[in-house]
Design a protein around this ligand. Structure first.
Ligand SMILES: Nc1ncnc2c1ncn2[C@@H]1O[C@H](COP(=O)(O)OP(=O)(O)OP(=O)(O)O)[C@@H](O)[C@H]1O
Ligand SMILES: [Mg+2]
Length: 235
């Protein structure tokens, strides 16, 4: 077990809210020997179909929170439960690969791969057949309205199109939860709207839960629930 299991910090039965996909209890993340408190005592439940916006000033801990929910980073203390079970070190790779889809402000597409190839990347090791990978990637590009751009390299697509390819890639292994860190931060307002529409559609049609970090109140309004962070704490 990794340090997600620290029962001392549990405030309920230690199993999280009924129906929660992911529950955080008393999660803290300190850096530099404890002098920086990026997160302090975070309690949060994320349920199937949730669309949660996380807002707050720069440095308030939003990205750190997303990294911990996504299993990219370990907390200093606290408990994280996935499907009401503590996330063990043995499960964390599968959790990251199959349970979570990531979308970042900077897209992080591979520049030498086409849209279709980028979307297939997370499927290697999960979907065996080359044809199944290609068919699924094409269907996902269709979901985000970009099947006609399937052979384009990222450099030959607009920012909004690149982000929609990144969203299609995040769906490659049918995640239960999408974590999006400022997904519209590099986009103009028309492209932001297209990206938000895409996320909303995925949330309502697949019931995929979404946690979206944003600085902008107008973007947070698209979520069903808004949580505010300040100095590493949920307000
Ligand atoms: N690897 C690290 N080492 C030391 N300090 C860090 C590290 N990562 C984050 N921090 C600090 O933790 C705090 C929270 O950072 P975080 O990136 O989570 O903020 P944020 O809310 O996402 O900010 P922004 O809106 O600017 O992206 C900040 O004070 C930051 O400087
Ligand atoms: Mg950030």
């Amino acid at each position: 077990m990794i340090c997600f299991m620290n029962e001392l910090f549990s405030e309920d039965d230690g199993k999280g809210m009924d129906g929660a996909l992911v529950s955080l209890r008393g999660i803290s993340r300190f850096y530099e020997g404890g002098s920086i408190h990026a997160l302090e005592g975070i309690d949060l439940d994320i349920a199937d179909g949730d669309f949660i916006a996380v807002t707050g000033p720069s440095g308030s801990g939003k990205s750190t929170l997303l990294s911990i929910i996504g299993g990219l980073e370990l907390p200093t203390s606290g408990t994280m439960l996935v499907d009401r079970e503590p996330l063990s070190s043995g499960r964390i790779d599968t959790y990251r690969q199959k349970f979570i889809g990531f979308v970042f402000q900077a897209f992080y597409l591979i520049p030498t791969l086409t849209a279709l190839e980028n979307v297939q990347l997370p499927m290697f090791g999960v979907v065996r057949s080359r044809k199944q990978r290609a068919d699924k990637a094409l269907a996902l590009l269709d979901t985000v309205g970009l099947s006609h751009r399937r052979h384009h390299l990222p450099q030959n697509m607009s920012g909004g199109e690149r982000q929609r390819v990144a969203i299609a890639r995040s769906l490659a292994n049918d995640p239960s939860l999408i974590l999006a860190d400022e997904p519209t931060g590099n986009l103009d307002s028309a492209s932001s709207t297209a990206v938000l529409d895409t996320l909303e559609r995925i949330n309502s049609s697949n019931r995929t839960a979404i946690v979206l970090v944003t600085h902008e109140a107008s973007i947070a309004q698209h979520a069903h629930k808004i949580v505010k962070m300040k100095d590493g704490k949920l307000q």
